[in-house]
Design a binder for this molecule. Structure first.
Ligand SMILES: [Zn+2]
Length: 673
């Protein structure tokens, strides 16, 4: 938008809109009507408008914008009756919308960031200069950007609080170029972007999504700012190198692409921040410093990188954690490189080069694998909360017993047995757990993979000591899923405090996440049910998926609604039916009927197939080799079975981590590799 910044206030030498011009505009689809004009610095209605800024902006006729018309006779009569009037366009009637950019309120900066953020550019449509404003000692013009609005669309009034100075107009009207503004200048078309020079463009789908009021108001799936603060571990060697590279990229960016370069660097650094390589503050500061050095303002830089609505580049990047600890997402560790590429990994040296294998990375469809389809996602963190007495523990016990024994969980087809670790601070084994398991039809021999820790004596998980104890246990047990029942009994800090959950994440959550272990925290609803789970929003920050279970304690039907998810969910509303005979069990249903169960289950089948392929290869080779070596050998068969690299990589890592299947016990030697 540099062209506007160079422009200074024009002298007040414009004639009022000619009838000819008005009729030419109606031929282009404009519905027009007269508004009071400005003569000798005053509104033609005679009012000084001391309390509002409607001088030279309010309609002349009784019905105002509803009188807007394309009828040449009517327009001609108005034109001669109100010689000093200005003219306006009824936007909705004309099928138009306008971005109204006000430089006084930071609209320029907001707009530049918004444009840089878009992956589908808006394109050059009609554009007009509006009033002249004094901004930091310079005279600057506001701007109206006109676009065709899809029919029936409902638009928001602004781009949001994070994009100040931009109004979205659609239900109302704007003054037409040729009208006079109180600042003395006239609204004027940009010469090469007027209706007489070019055709207007329709809003592209990406922008429609953002400005449409049907959407939540967030233009993104980025990580909320509060959650970003959780990433505060010291920078790693890998992080330092990556951050230096991106700072260099920003410093060498060309004029005109500075904001988009900054945006792209923000995406990359964001994913490394959530990948545990760079602390949030340090990543943000380094990029902002670089941006200042190439002439962007601090406001511009910060607005590109972080936004309250989650749409900042760093937040968007953070939604996809990357780095050495996330090797399944298309990154390979040193162990997977052909030996020619790495002389010999130096003991104590950098453990991971994190070289991207392009072919695999591109083939990676990043499928989410579900432990319980649509409800509990592999490698992710979950919180579930409900009122006391609803049977949260009961539901989770069924899930855990089923996953551990390879039986059907919640009425879904069984998947391969896995090790589940259950920390229970709530239920007694003799009084609660065993009777429930018996009612579900389990015997002791079925649930050897369910490692049940009853009233564990551990330090709180929001402390370093508790974190170390947890790591010791998970290194020994090697679970794929950990349940914490209930989380409020495992912390020492105030559960309403963000710092408690920051500590929890840093000592316990991250240890689980970096090992690819899914976990689920159970919690009670607070005293005030409307306030959500006890401790409120603070404790939702560090988990990926939050479920709320509601219903009546004597009921058979319960609702599960998702309050937050960083994972594409098949459905945010699930229903749980409780049966008491012939065995105690639950059945999961999709309330919105959106879930493609067949595809979800087929994916689990492909995963089982991937495990089989890798194990077959392992027994043929005598040992489990690096991920890339195995993929090279099994890829033909894997592709035939529809297994994408992403799924294969998860399967490989699970076997490598020594997580046992039904016929083999984990061995100490599985730990090393
Ligand atoms: Zn007036």
């Amino acid at each position: 938008m540099t062209e506007r910044k160079e422009m200074t206030a024009s002298p007040n030498e414009y004639p009022t809109l000619s009838l000819e011009t008005l009729l030419a505009l109606t031929a282009k689809g404009f519905f027009v009507f007269p508004v009071h004009g400005i003569t000798e610095g005053r509104c033609t209605c005679g009012d000084l408008h001391p309390k509002d800024n409607s001088a030279g902006k309010h309609p002349v006729t009784k019905n105002g914008m509803d009188d807007a018309t394309q009828d040449p006779d009517v327009i001609s009569v108005w034109h001669s009756t109100f010689p000093n009037c200005s003219w306006a366009v009824n936007l909705k009637l004309s099928g138009l919308m306008v971005f109204d950019i006000d430089p006084r309120n930071g609209g320029d900066t907001s707009w530049d960031s918004f444009e840089a953020w878009l992956t589908e550019p808006l394109g050059q449509s009609w554009a007009a200069l509006t009033g002249a404003q004094e901004v930091e000692g310079r005279s600057m013009r506001g701007m109206h950007l006109y676009y065709r609005a899809p029919e029936g669309i409902q638009l928001r009034g602004t781009l949001g609080t994070d994009s100040p100075g931009i109004d979205i107009k659609h239900n109302g009207y704007v003054l037409l170029p040729g009208s006079r503004h109180m600042s003395g200048v006239c609204y004027e078309w940009l010469v090469d972007r007027s209706p007489f020079a070019i055709e207007p463009l329709e809003l592209n789908p990406q922008v429609v999504e953002i400005v449409s009021s049907a959407t939540s108001g967030s233009p993104s799936e980025g990580i909320p700012l509060d959650d970003m603060q959780l990433y505060c571990d010291p920078i790693t060697t890998y992080g330092i190198t990556a951050l230096e590279g991106e700072v260099e990229a920003v410093l060498s960016s060309r004029e005109g692409s500075r904001n988009s370069t900054l945006f792209n660097s923000g995406l990359k650094i964001g994913s490394l921040i959530s990948g545990g390589e760079i602390p949030f503050e340090e990543g943000l500061t380094a990029l902002v410093d670089a941006a200042l050095r190439i002439g962007l303002t601090e406001e511009e830089a910060v607005n590109t990188l972080i936004r309250r609505n989650g749409g900042g580049a760093i937040q968007l990047g953070a939604a996809t954690p990357r780095g050495p600890k996330f090797e399944t997402k298309g990154y390979l560790s040193v162990g997977d490189l052909p030996s020619s590429a790495v002389a010999s990994p130096v003991p104590g040296g950098p453990a991971h080069l994190n070289i991207v294998d392009w072919e695999s990375a591109f083939a990676d469809e990043s499928e989410e694998l579900w432990l319980v389809p649509g409800l509990i996602c592999d490698e992710r963190s979950h919180a579930i909360y409900a009122d006391a007495g609803l049977g949260k523990s009961l539901v989770l016990l069924e899930i855990c017993a089923a996953l551990a024994s390879g039986k059907s969980a919640l009425g879904l087809p069984p998947i391969e047995p896995m090790t589940v670790l259950y920390f229970d601070h709530e239920n007694t084994v003799k009084g609660d757990v065993i009777p429930r398991l018996k009612n579900m039809g389990y015997e002791a021999k079925d649930i050897g993979n369910l490692v049940y820790s009853s009233f564990p004596e551990m330090d709180p998980l929001d402390t370093a000591k508790g974190g170390r104890q947890l790591v010791e246990i998970i290194e020994r047990v090697k679970p794929r899923l950990v349940i914490i029942d209930t989380v409020s009994r495992t912390i020492s800090g105030d559960e309403n405090s963000n710092s408690t959950w920051l500590e929890f994440y840093s000592h316990a959550g991250k240890a689980l996440k970096s090992r690819g272990i899914a976990y689920l925290r159970i919690d009670h609803t607070g005293k005030n049910a409307d306030a959500g789970m006890r401790g409120g929003s603070a404790k939702k920050g560090d988990v990926d998926i939050v479920w709320n279970l509601t219903g009546k304690s004597d009921d058979v039907k319960f609702a599960l609604s998702c309050e937050k998810s960083r994972v594409p969910l098949p459905s945010k509303k699930l229903e749980l039916l409780r049966y008491s005979s012939p065995t105690l069990r639950h059945e999961l249903r999709d309330r919105s009927k959106d879930i493609d169960w067949a595809e979800l289950l087929a994916r689990n089948e492909r995963f089982t197939k991937a495990l089989d392929l890798i194990r077959a290869d392992e027994s043929k080779q005598g040992e489990l080799k690096g991920q890339k070596n195995v993929w090279a050998r099994v890829s033909r068969e894997a592709k035939k079975a529809g297994i994408a690299f992403g799924l294969f990589a998860v399967a490989h890592r699970i076997i490598k981590a020594g997580i046992p299947d039904e016929c083999s016990e984990p061995m100490e030697s599985d730990l090393e590799d």
